[in-house]
Ligand binder design. Sequence first.
Ligand SMILES: [Zn+2]
Length: 647
Amino acid sequence: MGKYLKPLGLNELEITDTFFGQYVKKVSEKIIPHQWKILNNQLEEAEPTYCIQNFRIAAGEAEGKRQGVVFQDSDLYKWLESVAYCLAGGQGKGFEELADEVIGLIGRAQEPDGYLNTYYTVNAPDKKWTNLVEGHELYVAGHMIEAAVAYYTATGKEQFLMIAKKKADLICSVFGREERQLKGYPGHQEIELALIKLYRVTGQKKYLETAKYFIEQRGKEPNYFTEEIKQRGKAEFFREFEDYELTYSQSHIEPVKQDSAEGHAVRMMYMCAAMADLAEEFEDKEMLAACERIWNNMTAKRMYITGGIGSSGFQERFTTDYDLPNSTNYSETCASIGVMMFGQRMASATGNAKYYDIVEQALYNTVIAGINIEGDRYFYVNPLEVVPEFCKEHTYMNHVKPVRQKWFSVACCPPNIARTLASLGQYIYARDEKALYIHQFISSRGKVHFNDETMEVDMDSGLLKDGTVTICIRSESDRKVKIRIPQYAENVKIIVNGEKKEAVYVNGYFTANVSQGSNSIKLDFAVTPRWLTANEKVRANNGKAVLLKGPMVYCLEEADNGNLLSQIYVEENVPVKEADSAEKFPGQIPALEYDGYRLKNRQEDMERLYCPIEYEKVKTVLKAVPYCMWNNRGEGEMLVWHKVIIS
Ligand SMILES: [Zn+2]
């Protein structure tokens, strides 16, 4: 088990938050039924996935070729994982029978030795484990294991866990350091963190050891991928892998020697999540130091204010320090979910709350932006500046969509958002043997079990309004409650059981002593709108400012401010007042209003592309809304970073 912090079980808490609660509800109401149709080719507007059909063919219950992308099976596993989290949280009961049925089908598609992957079973049985670079076998297995662990934890039913163990046992015997074993590792990391989860639920050390092996073997000389590619001669599944660069999959050097966030952003995050887990499990200081170096490089030099990572539309990857363009960036939703996973584990491994500041930044901005309020459309790519008509296919803007999409042919993000929202509780609270930890200020009620004692917690959060949070605790004995104090909080006021406390923090936590019976903790983070600028090396943002309130980044939208947003300027630190929220936005989060200017050319002949300058400053009142809610009112321009004039 984890040595430090354990998230609360999803069955131990209920999210009552007016903002997040609405998104969480969408998972069982909208996303799971919608995705089930897609898995079954029942949605006309989405490309067929063949997902369930592929399992039927692999099980010998249907005829034909297996179709769809090579990693298609993972869509079903992610669906099952979301179903499991919903069930654990007391939602989506109607899907349990369907899930049981489909788990039966998965079991029948598994080969006697434990192998399970519809592509290789049906289409290429003699090519198993021959293309680790592109074939995604270990990635798909990882998602299967994660789903099985979640389903077992939620329902106590063992069938899926047995299937996962059988596959994991096979992986543990195929890969490893012994002479007879393959010295390979996954082209897309994921199996590592999944095996650690499997170890934590079964107690079987070999899963943990194989996860460690995969991380330690990666990038070792002679490089397994280089050898594999040489033998194959050409790319098998992905044209873009023709000129494969090892940094893309962080296999250029051993992970423990890496210093910076490189390559494909999701791969990097999934790998780092596993590294942080391993650092904790083995108390491996060298591994933890590598995680810290990568984390520091990423958050100090390669991350958007929205918690987005991966600046490059080419190969969904990190580029270099301070290269953070606002309109052409990738910032995949899954990558920011990966930031949350990595941050959560770093907090656990180090006991420092600062990692949850970044978890919060990613969650409140890029991750929530990934889904619309209705819960049926998604962003894969999350730019900070959009002119819809410039987002043209077959150009350098091919990857940027000006409106959320119903689904994607590579559909990693929607189910990833679903499983993150359905398991949101894991990011709010954690506990160790003695204390309750509060990491996010999302209204919720929970029952925390300390051996045979139960602590009840009821949090009412006004973080997104005025920054006040009230926490009621009922404890059966004297205990500690450790509360993360967000880095943006100023003049923090803390009152515990009516007594004003000095705001003293250790490792980012304020510790409140609670006693047997009822306790109340009142926090005031004095959250008001604030302007920030970027490091001058971020060329894209020089002379610009961004508006935030608490964890939320705000943006201008055409719906409130008209088009040609690039004409807009604000004065340095212009005062901001709170306005009513647009009525359809959840949580009644205020919009923000402030004075600004448009710099327009007086020249009347604006038909010409270029003309002499005669600028005039036209005063205007601007209205900004939370970035995560942009594009919920139709297509239009959007802008995060404002140009600044000094008056
Ligand atoms: Zn994705």
